[in-house]
Structure formats: structure tokens, C-alpha cells
Design a protein around this ligand. Structure first.
Ligand code: ADE
Length: 227
């Protein structure tokens, strides 16, 4: 899989992909992540990528030309399954959408800055708009990093233990059950006996019950939603 990220502040995206699981995915050749500076496509003499809004409100708006040229140059090289604009008024990201995107094909992620992009970019160039939650970030970069991380960890082979991603919270519409590791007792705090019983069927039953109860207590809304 290949993910191309278009931004005016590429440095914001240097950290999130340089370590851990996403780095491992890249090292293993399972994903290529390319971060591009939209400014490189600007035809303005000062490499401007924004302008004042029509109608005279505060803030600057990202212009069409550099964004369209960036997208066109990427699309000339390969097909993309989706061209996604990260924006707080987009479709809310959840595990189901991440699952879909992880098997759909290559992606372009467009990060907005300032007051966002000219609406015509959204109308004519973007295939999907995604929000990572009901709060406003200073730009789409951190949202793009969140989306990329969530997708990459699902790609086959990225996480060592294949079972691991399948047992994540949300994958079966439930939160994950509690987990414990050694030592079995610390500060007098103990691990539930059942987990040390060796009875795999009983352990699985206990974990399912815990997942159900945890979801009921913390996120009862999940029972009412398609996941
Ligand atoms: N850009 C700014 N805020 C955002 C959010 N909540 N989700 C996605 N992109 C954003």
C-alpha cells in the first residue's frame, strides 16, 4: 500500500512515521508513506499556497492550483482508491472506516491549514472527507497521522502477532477486555485466577464477559451502532 500525504508543514509528519509499528511496516516494504510539501507545486513567485477569502472573513484559504497540480502529478503515476481531505466537518473516523480504507488501495491524504481549502477542491478533487473527532486541530496533519497509523497497523504482516489487530477494541463492536502480565502479584495486587488456570475455554469466556461488561459500562452507545 502507498499513502501520499499533501501538506504545507511536512515537518509535522516527520515524527509519527519514524518509529515503532509504522516504521516497521515501511521497513518490511508493506507500506510506503510519502510526505509532500504542497508549496513545491505552487506557480506563485513566492510559492504562496493561500489567499484571502472571497466575502472578506478572517483567515486565509488554501488555493486550488498547487493542490490540483500535486494531485494530478501523483495520479499520473498510479491510481488511487481515495483522495481524502482531513477536516473537522468530514465523516467521523471509526474502526469500520479504517478497516475499509486498509483494504481499498493507495490513498492521497490532503491536510488543510489556515481556514481550510477552497471549496472547489472539495467539490471536484476530493473523494472522501474524514474527521478524527469533534474538535478542531490547527491543521489536518495530526489527523492524517492518526488515520495513517490506524490503517498501517492493519496491513497483513505489519503487526507480528496476526491475532493482535483482530482482538483490538472495536473490531467486534466491543471494547477489549483487561490484560495482565507478570508478576502474578505486585504490591499485593493479584491477577484474576482464571487467567492462570490454563483452561482456555474458560479464559475465553471470561474475556468475552469482561469485554461485554466494559462496553456496557463505558460505551453503551456501541451496542446501538453498526460497527
Ligand atoms: N483538521 C482540523 N481538525 C480536524 C479534525 N478534527 N479531524 C480531521 N481534520 C482536522
Amino acid at each position: 500500500m502507498r499513502i501520499d500525504i499533501l501538506t504545507v508543514v511536512p515537518r509535522l509528519l516527520e515524527g509519527p512515521f519514524a518509529d515503532s509499528i509504522v516504521q516497521r511496516g515501511q521497513d518490511k516494504g508493506l507500506v510506503e508513506i510519502h510526505v509532500h510539501n504542497i508549496r513545491n507545486w505552487s506557480k506563485d513567485t513566492h510559492q504562496k499556497v493561500d489567499d484571502v477569502p472571497f466575502g472578506g472573513n478572517a483567515g486565509m484559504v488554501m488555493t486550488i492550483q498547487p493542490i490540483q497540480d500535486a494531485i494530478d502529478s501523483l495520479r499520473a503515476e498510479r491510481d488511487y482508491a481515495e483522495i481524502i481531505y482531513l477536516t473537522p466537518d468530514g465523516e467521523r473516523l471509526n474502526q469500520s472506516l479504517v478497516n475499509t480504507l486498509s483494504i481499498g488501495g493507495d490513498l492521497i491524504l490532503l491536510c488543510g491549514h489556515y481556514k481550510g481549502v477552497d471549496q472547489r477542491v472539495r467539490d471536484h478533487l476530493i473523494t472522501r472527507e474524514v474527521s478524527i473527532g469533534d474538535y478542531v486541530l490547527s491543521g489536518g496533519e495530526l489527523a492524517a497521522a492518526v488515520l495513517t497509523d490506524a490503517i498501517v497497523r492493519l496491513l497483513p504482516g505489519v503487526i507480528g502477532d496476526e491475532q493482535s489487530a483482530l482482538t483490538d477494541s472495536f473490531q467486534d463492536g466491543l471494547l477489549a477486555p483487561p490484560v495482565y502480565t507478570r508478576p502474578a502479584e505486585y504490591n499485593g495486587w493479584t491477577v484474576p485466577d482464571i487467567l492462570r488456570s490454563g483452561d482456555h475455554a474458560a479464559i475465553q469466556k471470561w474475556q468475552e464477559k469482561q469485554a461485554f461488561e466494559r462496553t456496557q459500562q463505558r460505551r453503551p452507545d456501541l451496542f446501538g451502532e453498526d460497527s
